[in-house]
Design a protein around this ligand. Structure first.
Ligand code: MBD
Ligand code: FE
Length: 310
């Protein structure tokens, strides 16, 4: 009955040939990966009766997605980037590497090389009329002791939900900074309250989400890379309490332990002293790092990232 074409010995031999197993040059790792992708793709095509029209539409989609630079966005939206976190969590659990602030996805919008300052930074260039935000906290070790000299590399969207560099209307490194923690492990940032992100409405990611009956919105959030010598690199985000999309994030990044309360402060005296309008926001968030089990663990993944010099 179920006569499988894709799983026959001939087809398997053919895919091995196509994956370079007939030669002894190139990358054996890549050969194995490509072979598996060919085998599994063939199985999907056969089992789901993928039509020629569907197949070539998907090929065209990949071309359009690439020319749009939206591969990273689609990966986040389909939950694959979150899956990588779940996989690493499970492996950590097995290896006994637990504790500390939970990781969550980096997303596709980091830019390396943001301005570096000690203890504190102002992140916004003053052009966005959004509410002022005072964000501060400490970086702690596994015992809850402060980690001085940690680098808190943080980035977030403006009140339109867009990020500098990717939104060319913003100044270079707007809302992106690296802050070195002080002797008490403390970082302080003045910025503006970000808005949630929405996928470009006419882009290729939203095109798929529409077909899945899903929206493409994220809650307001702030991204962090936190690193210090001897500690495990942490990629995480805080997601702002009260946002409509807090637990309905199209990228699945919100996690227990990563929700930040926002206090809106109307104290006129304080506002005056801080030189901001009343109704400014205050967020306090501490991060706890694991010790690095190997030098490699101090670094983020080698994911290709945009890079600018300050
Ligand atoms: C974002 O700001 C983001 O953090 C993710 C994960 C995806 C798209 C936009
Ligand atoms: Fe983001």
């Amino acid at each position: 009955m179920n006569t499988s074409i894709s799983q026959t010995a001939e087809l398997q031999a053919f895919f091995k040939q196509a994956s370079g197993f007939g030669n002894d040059v190139g990358s054996s790792r890549l050969k194995s990966i490509i072979l598996r992708i060919l085998q599994d793709s063939a199985k999907v095509i056969e089992d789901l009766n993928i039509t020629d029209d569907e197949f070539w539409k998907a090929v065209d989609y990949l071309n359009r997605m690439g020319s749009n630079q939206e591969a990273g966005l689609l990966i986040a939206g389909l939950g694959l980037e979150h899956f990588l976190d779940l996989l690493q969590d499970a492996r950590d659990q097995q290896a006994g590497l637990t504790g500390g602030t939970p990781r969550t996805i980096e997303g596709p919008l980091y830019v390396a090389g943001a301005p570096l300052s000690h203890g504190e930074a102002r992140m916004d260039d003053g052009s966005d009329p959004g509410a002022a935000m005072f964000l501060q906290g400490r970086v702690l070790d596994a015992q809850g002791q402060p980690v001085a000299g940690a680098i808190v590399d943080l980035w977030h969207a403006n009140t339109m939900g867009t990020y500098s560099y990717f939104d060319s209307s913003q100044s270079a490194f707007n809302l992106r900074r690296r802050i070195v923690t002080d002797s008490e492990g403390r970082y302080r940032a003045r910025s503006i309250v970000p808005s949630g992100y929405g996928c470009p409405p006419t882009g290729t990611t939203q095109e798929v989400l529409d077909q899945l009956g899903r929206h493409g919105n994220r809650p307001a959030h702030i991204h962090f890379f936190i690193s210090a010598p001897g500690y495990r690199h942490l990629t995480t985000q805080i997601n702002l309490a009260g946002d409509k999309y807090l637990w309905d994030d199209f990228a699945f990044a919100t996690r227990d332990g990563l929700v930040a309360e926002v206090r809106f402060n109307n104290d006129l005296e304080m506002a005056k002293r801080l030189q901001v309008e009343p109704g400014f926001a205050e967020i306090e968030f501490d991060f706890q790092l694991q010790h690095a089990h190997a030098p490699q663990a101090e670094k983020p993944s080698q994911r290709p990232r945009a890079q600018l010099s300050a």
